[in-house]
Write a protein that binds this ligand. Structure first.
Ligand code: HSE
Length: 282
């Protein structure tokens, strides 16, 4: 009785433009849960999320162990309108709590990917930093010095399931080639610390143009970002949040311009990338 853990998990931005379902980055916003063995099941939170066994933290925990004797107290500063990996953070929090309490050494990435359906957000949430997901494994790396981001978070939500349904099962060869080219350029730019290459690598033809009708204002902003002084912008995950990529020299100016553009429909947040992934403490 009375085993307990507090698990803290970062938000994340998936896809990073061309890296659909492959690339992600952890962000310095967090979901935190206290998991305490009290002998009964309960979920406590002020957030507008499920408080029964549909809750994603509980589902993550239940994938490894019974949640029946545990109470879950949940806090989060991750905006809920979409694109910042809240569901991934929740699933990972539950899995990490159960893995740590029962000392299981579980394949948290594999289990989280099964529940979430794609690996990019869960990998960033587990490992922190930037991630590339390939063949069921994730490679983590640090972003280059001088790279910063701003988030433009619309108040109107987009549901990930709807965004996934908007994508076709087949795509033209030219679109596949376009994304391979840009993803390669982006990774080279990130690895070399060459922000010019990063800017040239942000293009995507797989998901953003096909989902644009779900987040028209966000899409307009993605296209305007370079003109506002940013390196570029990408739809964060399935949207509608926009990740605006900046050279640290111009982040302040870009933020001011974004505040004007976002007036009335979105908030602009200055959030660092974070090197830290999910952590469980006693
Ligand atoms: N790669 C996923 C998608 C991320 O774009 O559907 C969802 O958060």
């Amino acid at each position: 009785m009375n085993r307990r853990r507090t698990v803290r998990v970062p938000a994340s931005s998936a896809n990073l433009g061309p890296g659909f379902d492959v690339m992600g980055a952890a962000l310095d916003l967090h979901l935190e849960v206290d998991v305490v063995e009290t002998g009964q099941f309960a979920v406590h939170t002020d957030l507008r999320i499920a408080r029964d066994k549909r809750n994603l933290i509980v589902r993550g925990f239940a994938a490894l162990a019974s949640p029946d004797e545990f109470e879950f107290t949940i806090r989060s500063d991750i905006p809920l309108s979409g694109g910042l990996g809240t569901s991934a953070a929740a699933i990972v929090a539950g899995l990490v709590a159960a893995d740590s309490i029962f000392e299981l050494g579980a394949d948290v990435l594999g289990e989280a990917t099964k529940i979430e359906g794609h690996p990019d957000n869960v990998a960033a949430a587990i490992l922190g930093g930037f991630v590339l997901c390939v063949d069921g494994h994730a490679e983590r790396f640090e972003p280059p010095p001088g790279l910063e981001c701003l988030l433009v978070v619309p108040s109107a939500a987009v549901r990930t399931q709807k965004a996934r349904e908007a994508l076709p099962s087949r795509i033209p060869m030219a679109d596949a080639v376009f994304n391979i080219a840009h993803a390669s350029m982006l990774v080279l730019g990130l690895a070399r610390g060459d922000l010019g290459l990063v800017a040239r690598g942000l293009g995507d033809r797989l998901h953003q143009p096909r989902r644009a009708h779900l987040y028209p204002k966000s899409w307009e902003l993605v296209q305007a970002a370079k003109g506002l002084g940013a390196l570029g912008a990408t739809i964060s995950g399935a949207g509608p949040t926009v990740l605006v990529w900046c050279d640290m020299e111009s982040t302040g100016v870009v933020a001011e311009r974004l505040h004007e553009r976002a007036e009335g429909w979105a908030q602009v947040l200055r959030v660092p990338f974070t090197p830290a992934g999910a952590v469980a403490r006693f």
